[in-house]
Design a protein around this ligand. Structure first.
Ligand code: NCD
Length: 303
């Protein structure tokens, strides 16, 4: 039995086969409509979510399965003081697979050590978010036809943005990847992530100036400043609007730039850009559902 806690638990070959599976699901949805008949997915969300939880649930329904769960810690026994380990053991009695989001880094890992069914990390604190990365990879693959030889700009809250950490880890295994890390000083990529880039000999460049690097980028991955991870509101208010992508800022961008954002968007991308053919963030939402379908099939070992 296998869980997915960190994106690096999937080999490059497995990522390729998940992408191929998602493409087949897109092309032939009817083939998959009963693959998970009689199976149950539990979504245990101790933190707010729209996309991730609903996309897991939609994914399971589209595979013919059923869904149970909770969407806030307050409505679960965590509010009474139950441990993550006990919750995982309990829900293993009801579900065949569990997707868990938690504000504490490592909580899904603890769950996986105690559950008797696969656990999927649906975001743990400021740490990791492997299934968002699956959505990001399918989107990049569909837009660019490749996952290598790309200059990838990551912009915004690189410190607390868990989607950024997982995406960097995943792309670091492809050749010809260059990261441009665009953030205010206070929200720079954590040292532990930078160390792994250095160790793997991956090219990266840190800057605070989005417009200066815009012409180089093949991918621009915008992110929200992660308010809930700040220690004080003043710092958040000072930093929240550090980057707002507008049409003017795209004047010197490549014609085939792909703009991604894990969403939710607060102010980072002007809504005027939604109609720009380079905007991919709503396609990314849809791609996330297909990749989660492919992942559920893989972890449940459904042929
Ligand atoms: C992201 C998350 O939860 O980390 N959202 C998502 O799952 N698509 C990004 C964010 O909250 O900013």
């Amino acid at each position: 039995m296998r869980s997915l806690i960190d994106i690096l638990e999937l080999s490059v070959e497995e990522l390729e086969s998940l992408i191929a599976k998602a493409e087949d699901i897109i092309a032939n949805p009817e083939k998959y409509a009963h693959k998970c008949d009689g199976k149950k997915l539990a979504t245990l969300f101790f933190e707010p979510s729209t996309r991730t939880r609903l996309s897991f649930e939609a994914a399971m329904y589209e595979l013919g399965g059923n869904v149970l769960g909770f969407s806030e810690a307050q409505s679960s026994s965590a509010a009474k003081g139950e441990s993550v380990a006990d919750t995982a053991k309990t829900v293993s009695c009801y579900a065949d697979i569990i997707a868990m989001r938690h504000p504490k880094e490592g909580a899904p890992l603890v769950a996986s050590m105690n559950a008797s069914v696969p656990i999927i990390n649906a975001g743990d604190g400021g740490h990791n978010h492997p299934t968002q990365t699956l959505a990001d990879l399918l989107t990049i693959h569909r837009e660019k036809g490749r996952l290598n030889n790309l200059t990838v700009g990551l912009c915004g809250d690189l410190k607390f943005g868990r989607t950024v950490h997982s995406l960097i880890a995943a792309l670091s295994r492809y050749t010809g990847i260059k990261f441009v890390l665009i953030s205010p000083l206070e929200l720079k990529l954590p040292d532990y992530v930078k160390e792994s880039l250095k160790k793997n000999g991956i090219e990266f460049f840190e800057t605070a100036d989005l417009e200066a690097v815009m012409p180089e980028l093949d991918i621009l991955y915008m992110t929200r400043v992660q308010r809930e991870r700040f220690f004080n509101e003043e710092d958040y208010l000072r930093l929240k609007d550090s980057y707002i992508l507008t049409s003017e800022k795209l004047v010197h961008a490549k014609k085939d730039l792909s703009i991604l954002h894990p969403l939710p968007r607060v102010n980072e991308i002007s809504v005027a850009i939604d109609n720009d053919p380079r905007a991919c963030y709503f396609k990314q939402v849809l791609n996330g559902k297909f990749m989660r379908m492919a992942l559920i099939l893989m972890l449940l070992e459904v042929e």
